[in-house]
Structure formats: structure tokens, C-alpha cells
Design a protein around this ligand. Structure first.
Ligand code: HEM
Ligand code: HEM
Length: 136
């Protein structure tokens, strides 16, 4: 059970990272092309926030199950959870930009998403040695 959940949590990192990359590419395009911020742009940011929140919730469940099984390693697991919390918080902050002019909304949303993605990559690299573990 816990093995399956951790595998799912591990596989979903690709969904999270792919959505973050889409947000970054779309917002960069919108910012540099001086476009209007549309409902689709907002929904794309929300899709990334939903994906990372699912990761957070699965991560908490993983932590609890590891603790029950006596496999909780505080230093490693709390560090991973802490970076995950920061990354999730950044993804959740995008709606707070709604009062900004479109160009600033694209640019700041892009920066928050980029930092969130970098935190996720760093966190998984610390945990497994590489974000691409299991592929090579
Ligand atoms: C927010 C984005 C997150 C991503 C992309 C992510 C990604 C990953 C990945 C790739 C693994 C390794 C899976 C495997 O070995 O198959 C993992 C393991 C784990 N994650 Fe996360 N994680 C995130 C957030 C969190 C959070 C917030 C928590 C806890 C609150 C958490 C708890 C765990 C635990 C307990 C493990 C198992 C560690 C072990 O096997 O010793 N994760 N995570
Ligand atoms: C440092 C951590 C976090 C920060 C700073 C943060 C920040 C925020 C902010 C500012 C909003 C309001 C967005 C808006 O104006 O619509 C929000 C919404 C929300 N957050 Fe977080 N968040 C954090 C972590 C989490 C976590 C870990 C969860 C759940 C596991 C969570 C669940 C939610 C939900 C369900 C909403 C409502 C979404 C909606 O309005 O549609 N947050 N968060």
C-alpha cells in the first residue's frame, strides 16, 4: 500500500513539472508579447496549484504511513516536506496577483512558478539523487 502510494507520488512529479513548464512558457509568451491575461491563463496557473496540492496531500499521507511503519527518517523526510510546503505556497500565491496589470501578473506569476519548480526539482534531487531517477 505505502509502496504504491509513494510510486504514484513519484510519478505525479512529472505532471506537476509539466504543468509548471507550461505555465512558465505561456506566461513568458504573454509577458514578452504584451498580451492580455485571460481566463485560460488563470486556469493554467490553477491546474499547476491543484497538481502540487495533490502532491502535498499524498506526501503527508506517505509521511504518516512511514511513521506508522517505523520507517520515518525525520531529517530526510521533514526537509523534503518543508521544500514541498514552500513550493505549494508559491503556487497558491498566484491568485493574489489579480489586481496587478497584465504584464506584471504574467511576469510575477512566471517568477513564482519558476521558483516553485526549482524548489521541487531541488527537493527531489536531495531525496533521490536526481529529479530523473528511475529513468536512467
Ligand atoms: C510538492 C511537490 C512534491 C514532489 C514533486 C514530490 C516528489 C517526490 C518523489 C519524486 C519522491 C520519490 C518517490 C519514489 O521514490 O518513487 C517522493 C517521496 C516522498 N515524498 Fe514527496 N514530493 C513532493 C512533496 C511532498 C510533501 C509536501 C511531502 C510531505 C508532506 C512529501 C513526502 C514524501 C515522502 C514521505 C516520500 C517517501 C520518502 C521515502 O521513500 O523514504 N512529498 N516525493
Ligand atoms: C506555505 C503554504 C501555503 C500558502 C502561503 C498558501 C496560500 C494560499 C493563498 C494565498 C490562497 C488564496 C488564493 C486565492 O486568492 O484564491 C490559498 C488557497 C487555498 N489553499 Fe493554500 N497555501 C499554502 C499551502 C496550502 C496547502 C499545503 C494546502 C492543502 C494541502 C492548501 C490548500 C488551499 C486551498 C484548498 C485553497 C483554496 C483554493 C481556491 O481558492 O480555489 N494550501 N492558499
Amino acid at each position: 500500500m505505502i509502496g504504491t502510494l509513494i510510486t504514484i507520488h513519484g510519478l505525479l512529479r512529472w505532471v506537476t513539472a509539466a504543468l509548471a513548464l507550461l505555465v512558465i512558457a505561456r506566461y513568458a509568451w504573454g509577458w514578452l508579447g504584451k498580451q492580455s491575461f485571460t481566463a485560460t491563463d488563470r486556469q493554467l496557473g490553477s491546474a499547476f496549484a491543484v497538481a502540487i496540492t495533490v502532491q502535498f496531500v499524498l506526501g503527508v499521507v506517505n509521511l504518516v504511513l512511514l511513521a506508522i511503519n517505523g520507517a520515518f527518517r525525520p531529517a530526510v523526510h521533514i526537509e523534503h516536506a518543508f521544500y514541498g510546503l514552500l513550493a505549494t505556497g508559491l503556487a497558491h500565491s498566484l491568485p493574489a496577483l489579480k489586481r496587478l496589470p497584465d504584464a506584471s501578473r504574467f511576469r510575477t506569476g512566471l517568477l513564482l512558478t519558476l521558483v516553485s519548480l526549482l524548489l521541487v526539482i531541488f527537493s527531489v534531487t536531495r531525496l533521490r539523487g536526481s529529479f530523473f531517477f528511475g529513468m536512467l
